[in-house]
Design a protein. Sequence first.
Length: 257
Amino acid sequence: MDPARDFVFWVFSFLFFDDDDDDDDDDGGGGGDGDGNDDDDDDDDDDDDDDHDDDDDDDDDDDDDDDDDDDDDDDDDDDDDDDDDDDDDDDDDGDHAHRYQLTSNAYHTKFRRETKQHSETFIDFVARLEDYAFYWLKPSEELRKNSEYSAIQNKIVSDQFLSTIRDETLRLKLVEKDDMRARDLAKLADDFVMQRRIIREEKKDEKSSIQSDADKSFAAKLAPRWEGPYTLEGKLDNVNFKVRTPKGLETKHVASL
């Protein structure tokens, strides 16, 4: 083999074949680096996507919380408004009730349902009925001066007054005088009640006086022959009596007393 030829072949091989291997190595390393870089880039992109997703989820949660808070605030506001409306309704009901008490219908109801109180006289009761009738009918100034209207109003009050009397004896006496003014009927009713009360007191006093006189008469008959210590228990007849002595209950003849 020729040494010169071998040297040339060796040089040729060194120059060409080593560069290809180096290129292959470079390509392999470069490819590996490229793939590694691509993998790193993909991982970074995935991490970024996850971060964005997490951020989006957090934002959604925050938005949901804000919406819930807003809904709660709206509900509270609605409840407060409802409470205010209820209070206003209660106030309105109270105002309506107060205003109704001043209407003619309310006075008409009072006029028809009112009864005499135990502590007032019939005159006081009729005066209240006249006031209720006035506010119920609400006559004008011209009507109040009209005698026919006054007679009609008096008749209304008188009939209502008579319908409230439960004492049949008193009511019959007043019906006979129904052509009188209502206040005059009330005065007659007061006089009747007072007179009946006086009669009852007189009868009670008379009964007590009769009982007292009988006791005195009976005691006077026994007094001249009374010798103690006896206690009269009863009378058997005109001459025999039951008396209690220290020995007990005995029957005594009037001659022995």
